[in-house]
Write a protein that binds this ligand. Structure first.
Ligand SMILES: [Zn+2]
Length: 281
């Protein structure tokens, strides 16, 4: 499932390619994904010029010279590909939405599992739209600080892993980067969320920003290649410290696997959590 760094990488790739371009046509090849596509979407978007591509949590927002913005969510398996002008293209299976631009570029939204979403939203009402109304701060923005996080966690009896998955606490974080951030902050994922205060909250915020920024750097290198054969944006190889590494020693500590000190996998709220019980307290 794409997480924030993947979505941000897709957004940057889209912004490079389509800002200032005008949509010539939109080919909608099914009625919708997780939700129906907006009524008359093709007519409403045709002729619009792209002003900006933004991101809020895991939503990509394409703003136009007039009319509502298009909001795109990749869901579980959504992928965006850019097909260069003059490059041969036949719609493949699961290519559900194809946007054609004035320079011949195509943007293709492919989603085999169809948990993705596309909807239109007027900018004046965006912050009150149900997708955006209850979102917490953006983790990479300067206003996401230790004190802000500590205030959001105050009194919460759930474990810190579950609290960070709650989009009202912080927007856009998912399973993988939460495991990684808790590891770098040396916080046990089973800790009661409300006990993370003061310096630990600041350490956790720093760790969240670190793991997201490192992933973005890894993703950035894929952007230059968007003209390659498949033109797909946003997926990249990235090394994780604990995620998916059950039974292995963690990279930074002197874990001794023979003394049961190694990366453990537990299930929290139905999702796998990976952590080092020796390092994370
Ligand atoms: Zn360890």
């Amino acid at each position: 499932m794409p997480e924030l760094p993947e979505v941000e990488t897709v957004r940057r790739g889209m912004a490079n390619a389509i800002t200032g371009r005008t949509i010539k046509a939109v080919d909608i090849r099914r009625e919708g994904l997780r939700t129906p596509f907006p009524k008359d979407m093709a007519e409403r978007l045709s002729g619009r010029k792209v002003k900006k591509c933004l991101r809020r949590a895991k939503y990509i927002l394409v703003e136009f010279d007039r009319g509502p913005a298009m909001s795109l969510h990749l869901g579980m398996s959504g992928r965006i590909s850019l097909i260069a002008p003059k490059q041969a293209y036949e719609p493949a299976k699961h290519d559900h939405l194809i946007m054609m631009f004035d320079n011949g570029l195509r943007l293709v939204f492919n989603d085999p599992r169809r948990f993705g979403m596309v909807f239109l939203v007027e900018s004046e009402v965006r912050d009150t739209h149900k997708a955006f109304a209850n979102l917490g701060p953006e983790p990479l923005e300067n206003d996401f600080t230790g004190p802000v996080l500590a205030a959001a966690l105050k009194g919460r009896k759930t474990n810190i892993k579950a609290a960070l998955l709650d989009q009202r606490v912080v927007a856009g974080l998912g399973n993988i980067y939460i495991c990684e951030a808790l590891y770098h902050a040396r916080i046990d994922p089973r800790r009661e969320a409300g006990t993370i205060t003061g310096r630990q909250a600041s350490d956790l915020v720093r760790a969240i920003k670190k793991v997201l920024n490192e992933a973005l750097e890894a993703g950035g290198s894929t952007l230059r290649d968007y003209r390659q054969a498949d033109g797909e944006l946003g997926y990249f190889q990235h090394r994780f410290a604990v995620y998916g590494r059950e039974g292995k020693p963690c990279p930074d500590c002197k874990c001794d696997v023979s003394t049961n000190c190694s990366i453990q996998r537990i299930t929290q709220a139905g999702r796998s959590t990976f952590f080092c019980p020796c390092r994370q307290k």
